[in-house]
Design a protein around this ligand. Structure first.
Ligand code: LLP
Length: 404
């Protein structure tokens, strides 16, 4: 994404053209950004040769999943729906892992019937259900067990998952008990230890602590795990000035871990693959000027992108056309929904903008469209994939008649 002669381009297509051609609000993804993110991820972790399972929950668009498959990634799924879609995108079952605390029996049966690589179990109840399915099918099922390392991910509280009080995984005591109890099971084959401490992690320290805890529990369990699934969570730079996770450092930590443990590493990245490759293009409906600030009322809302309302997340908002004129007044970018939290960003100064101008909300490729809803009976936006100078619709805008 860059400005050429004052106009914003996503690859070789201008944001204004996309708005004209496909309407607003629309999600736009850059094919080459996703491709480069994957290449970069692989390059940084080359020496540990991991199995990279794209976290489908971050973006489950079929075209994006096909693309991710094309560049060699597997999938991390958390529901039957995600598993079906990953398979539809032709991701091989032997590259699919199934996570989540509440998989239903129907979901477990389906996963077993599709012969996926492994199911990451999160409770004894779940293992018991998997054993029943195995007994019925007369086969041994490969599972992982998720460990809760009680590690602070140092990210937003609402997206932390690896602390003792979180619902995810098993504490040291429970984990060790389950290994002991099920290591010789005739029905389940424990092949993996999995962890995931949170999302949008931007420093190496939490991963360091996580690996230390994993190392310790492996020693205590005296068990040889074929796979260690380290989850995802790698953060991106929502603001240019923010911290950036150092992949190479993380790679180094894992490398020294592997010197003591002979396992294959699995990663489940979502945001780091697609987050900064997505843009939400929106049009300014009105500008309401008050004494203290200008409300910039846009045609995208919290139903299209809920991260700011839900987590207080900040996404940069940039204009499609640059202007030299700057206005030193507070600008509050808001949506049309009847909720005070339908607010995207407040800035102290902004360039001159007008009604009908196009603005772009940045870094929305992950947890954007997947979290959209029909709140206020608004149709979900279209999704567009840009590759060099081509821009193609990959999901049509929802038809209003259909939703009413
Ligand atoms: N693996 C597991 C078990 C997970 O729970 C998650 C994300 C991932 C992998 C992928 O994490 P990533 O690499 O994308 O950080 N809606 C929130 C994020 C929720 C993350 C949930 N779990 C947001 O918009 O920030």
């Amino acid at each position: 994404m860059k400005y050429k002669k004052g106009h914003l381009y996503i690859e070789k297509v201008s944001a204004d053209r996309i708005a004209r051609q496909f309407g607003t609000p629309s999600y736009v993804y850059s094919y080459n950004k996703i491709k480069n993110n994957i290449i970069n991820f692989k390059k940084n972790f080359k020496s540990i040769n991991p199995l990279i399972c794209f976290s489908v929950k971050s973006n489950s668009n079929l075209k994006i999943l096909s693309l991710v498959n094309k560049f060699g990634l597997g999938a991390d799924v958390v529901s039957k729906g995600e598993l079906l879609k990953a398979l539809k995108a032709k991701i091989k079952p032997e590259k699919i892992v199934f996570s989540g605390v509440g998989k239903t029996i129907d979901e477990l049966k389906f996963a077993v019937s599709k012969k996926i690589l492994l199911i990451n179990a999160e409770s004894e109840n779940e293992i018991i259900e998997i054993e029943k399915i195995a007994k019925k099918n007369k086969k041994k099922i490969n599972i992982g067990i998720r460990f809760n390392p009680d590690t602070d991910a140092k990210t937003l509280n609402k997206i932390s998952t690896g602390k003792k009080g979180n619902k995810f995984g098993l504490t040291t005591k429970n984990f060790l008990e389950l290994i002991k109890k099920y290591k010789n099971s005739r029905f389940v084959n424990i092949i993996c230890l999995s962890v995931h401490i949170g999302s949008q992690i931007t420093s190496n320290a939490p991963y360091n602590n996580m690996i230390r805890a994993v190392n310790k529990i492996i020693q205590l369990s005296k068990y040889n795990f074929k796979f260690i699934d380290l989850g995802g969570g790698m953060g991106i730079q929502y603001e240019k000035s923010s911290n950036k996770l150092n992949y190479l450092k993380y790679n180094k930590i894992i490398n020294s871990f592997l010197k003591r443990n002979n396992s294959k590493i699995i990663f489940e990245p979502g945001r780091s693959i697609v987050g900064d490759a997505g843009y939400l293009i929106s049009k300014i409906t009105y500008i309401k000027k008050t004494n203290s600030k200008n409300f910039v009322i846009i045609d995208a809302a919290m139903n299209d992108l809920i991260r700011p309302a839900l987590y207080g997340a900040k996404h940069r908002i940039i204009p499609s056309k640059l202007s030299r004129k700057k206005i030193s007044k507070k600008h509050e970018f808001v949506g049309p929904i009847c909720e005070t939290t339908d607010k995207f960003l407040t800035v102290n100064r902004y360039q001159k903008i007008n009604q009908k101008d196009i603005i772009i909300i940045c870094d929305v490729g992950a947890y954007g469209m997947v979290l959209s809803s029909n709140y206020n009976l608004r149709p979900k936006p279209a999704e567009i994939l840009v590759n060099k100078n081509s821009a193609k619709i990959i999901t049509k805008r929802q038809n209003l008649n259909k939703i009413i």
